[in-house]
Design a protein around this ligand. Structure first.
Ligand code: AMP
Ligand code: MN
Ligand code: MN
Ligand code: MN
Length: 307
């Protein structure tokens, strides 16, 4: 059950949405269309956080200027932690920062190899052509498991993309390839080197025991991570409340993001994020660091250069 679906109509939604995807990764809208849709839905501050990719940010920023929305340059970095894949969102990053660019290039190389390997494994399992099919859905951008899911669902190998993940792409399934993404330390380091803030994405989605969850959050804080998604499109109401407790325990700022991927997923819409639960820590956008970065980026370039 989704928190979004539970939000009573008389509660006004958050105007911040700090997690979204465009065609630059596995979303289905162009960065401009995403920004315009967010603006139309009442979002005032939107972060574009494509998987391991920042190429959509420039277009999103242009579109944001056009409609008067504040666009936060972001990224969602894939991390391997033990045998798990964890996602770390970077907010207010400089998309051209060399360390971040190099890191993301490495991850995209692994992504390309992994896509071929998924294709080989599915072919052995009796489904030929999945790599080529996924490439068509990716249309020249990064290849995600989402694109495999779209192809396999369209070809009738499963009822829905969700079903494809369950049957083919998860651990112990025929198309699963273990990750070799960034380490937690690298991801946070790249984000900081690009001047940004690091946020643990959708923590309730990771299948972890309480002990392991505390270990993950402890390591994240040790690396210098600043925030955690308390409100997420993939959190139930109880998930939001329990994540807020973890945020308090680990002194992490509260973030909120829909994880919007496009209108095909109507259960996760823009502009409908519920407010933080009462036990939440300070919103990340009220932190000194956030305000400092926002003030700097609002200055004319020449002044910002001197400061
Ligand atoms: P990748 O980074 O290529 O491994 O793909 C991960 C992406 O797949 C996530 O960001 C989601 O957009 C999507 N995804 C993961 N699990 C599921 C699922 N069970 N159903 C639908 N989409 C999923
Ligand atoms: Mn995705
Ligand atoms: Mn994610
Ligand atoms: Mn995401």
């Amino acid at each position: 059950m989704r928190y979004n679906a539970l939000m009573p109509a008389d509660i006004s939604p958050l105007r911040y949405d700090l997690h979204s995807h465009s065609l630059a990764s596995d979303g289905t809208l162009t960065p401009s269309d995403l920004v315009r849709r967010a603006h139309g839905a009442g979002v005032q501050v939107l972060a574009l956080t494509d998987h391991d990719e920042t190429s959509g940010v420039a277009e999103a920023q242009m579109a944001a200027k056009g409609v008067g929305l504040q666009l936060v340059a972001g990224v969602e970095i894939s991390v391997t932690w033990g045998s798990m894949t964890i996602h770390i969102v970077g907010l207010h990053i400089e998309p051209d920062a060399p360390l971040l660019l190099d890191g993301l290039t490495r991850l995209r190389k692994f992504r390309d190899w992994r896509a071929e390997e998924i294709g080989r494994r599915l072919a052995k399992h009796g489904i030929p052509g999945a790599y080529e099919g996924a490439l068509r859905y990716a249309s020249g951008r990064i290849v995600s498991r989402t694109h495999f899911a779209q192809f396999l669902a369209a070809e009738g190998h499963a009822e829905s993309t969700r079903d494809v993940f369950k049957r083919f792409l998860r651990r112990n399934k025929p198309g699963h390839v273990p990750g070799e993404w960034a380490t937690l330390e690298e991801a946070v380091g790249w984000i900081h080197a690009a001047g940004g803030m690091a946020v643990m994405a959708h923590p309730a989605r990771y299948d972890l025991t309480a002990t392991r969850r505390r270990k993950l959050l402890g390591e994240f804080v040790e690396c210098g991570g600043e925030g955690i998604e308390v409100v997420s499109g993939s959190h139930s109401r109880d998930d939001c409340i329990s994540t807020a407790q973890y945020a308090r325990q680990f002194d992490l700022l509260a973030s909120a993001g829909s994880d919007y991927h496009g209108p095909e997923n109507p259960w996760m819409e823009l502009g409908r994020l519920p407010p933080f639960p009462d036990n939440a820590t300070r919103p990340i956008w009220e932190s000194d660091r956030w305000l400092e970065i926002s003030a700097r980026s609002a200055l004319p370039l020449s002044v910002a250069g001197v400061a």
